[in-house]
Design a protein around this ligand. Structure first.
Ligand SMILES: [Zn+2]
Length: 316
């Protein structure tokens, strides 16, 4: 399908109704949930679910469709129906930004349809683990990722896709959300997908169980700020808004401020409980606690331990 500019504007926030497929046990949780596809800029769209979790980048054009992330397993048909609203071309490639199931859960379904999957090599290694791990509630275990969903092609530092008139750049960033995080930059469309290193809903989730670090989070955000220009549109891993460079700077600066406060308390010899009681995130809590599973009680202990603080609650 040839996409015109008029057509693009008419397609704003096309709503896709849920499919009628048989729902698995996991699928019941997602039954009736609708996905939307929204133009971002140029050839790039974003597919998202209510609440804005696991936002998918979609680049379209005559060479075929490239996806960034695959959402949960039960969403694959709805995801492909969303893509069909803006392109009749085949989905050919999928890049995973990192290992979490809300970003790779649809991999096996897409592989079955002939989509070739790429990731940073550390992310592929996580697919081989006997159990998957998520950072919430102190590192919860989940079932293993299916073998059929493993990326077929990996990169170490960076790779490029030459597709639909763009030289798409894929970078490995310092260990931030996980140790296999990738950023994807579409230079002609001027769109940057940051995976879960950047989110608009909460404090950064630093998944130490999958190799994430505070230092790497700041370094990776600095990379994003360097890459982004004044008009760059940024797709967050979670959140309903498409943002720009200024919002990424604001997020980075918030983390730096909280880091500075926690570090000075560590230098004063404060225990974690004392740091928590001092509420180093207080001025940000109103804006950055939209994710009920990741508040200051989750974020501050990680900042504390990442900065070398010692003395757990139980040590007192
Ligand atoms: Zn994640």
């Amino acid at each position: 399908m040839k996409i015109t500019n008029t057509c693009l504007s008419l397609l704003f926030a096309v709503t896709i109704l849920a499919g009628h497929g048989t729902a698995s046990a996991q699928g019941n949780l997602f039954e009736g949930v609708e996905l939307t596809i929204t133009p971002v800029a140029g050839n790039v769209y974003m597919v998202q679910r209510p609440g804005g979790g696991g936002n998918i980048g979609v680049q379209v054009g005559p060479d075929g469709v490239l996806l960034v992330d695959s959402l949960f397993d039960p969403f694959t048909e709805r995801l492909l129906n969303s893509v069909k609203q803006v392109s009749d071309e085949q989905v050919r490639f999928l890049i995973n930004t990192h290992i979490h199931v809300d970003h790779v859960g649809g991999n096996a379904n897409l592989a079955e349809r002939g989509v070739v999957i790429f990731s940073q090599e550390n992310t592929r290694l996580r697919f081989l683990d006997e159990r998957s791990r998520i950072p919430r509630n102190g590192g919860t275990f989940g079932p293993p990722h299916p073998e059929a969903g493993r990326p077929l092609i990996t990169f170490k530092d960076e790779m490029s896709f030459h597709l639909n008139g763009e030289d798409i750049q894929v970078f490995h960033v310092p260990p931030a959300h996980t140790d296999g995080d990738a950023f994807i930059y579409f230079p002609e469309s001027d769109v940057l997908h940051l995976g879960d290193v950047y989110r608009t809903t909460s404090y950064p989730i630093i998944d130490v169980y999958n190799g994430g670090t505070l230092k790497g989070t700041i370094e990776a955000l600095n990379m994003a700020i360097d890459i982004a220009g004044p008009d760059t549109r940024v797709i967050p891993g979670h959140g309903l808004e498409i943002v720009g460079r200024a919002e990424v700077i604001e997020f980075r600066d918030m983390i730096l401020d909280i880091q500075g406060k926690v570090l000075s308390m560590i230098r004063e010899g404060k225990k974690l409980e004392e740091v928590m009681a001092a509420q180093p995130t207080a001025e940000y809590d109103a804006d950055w606690t939209d994710d009920p599973g990741w508040g200051p009680e989750d974020f501050v202990p990680i900042v504390y331990s990442q900065l070398g603080g010692s003395g757990r609650l139980a040590d007192r």
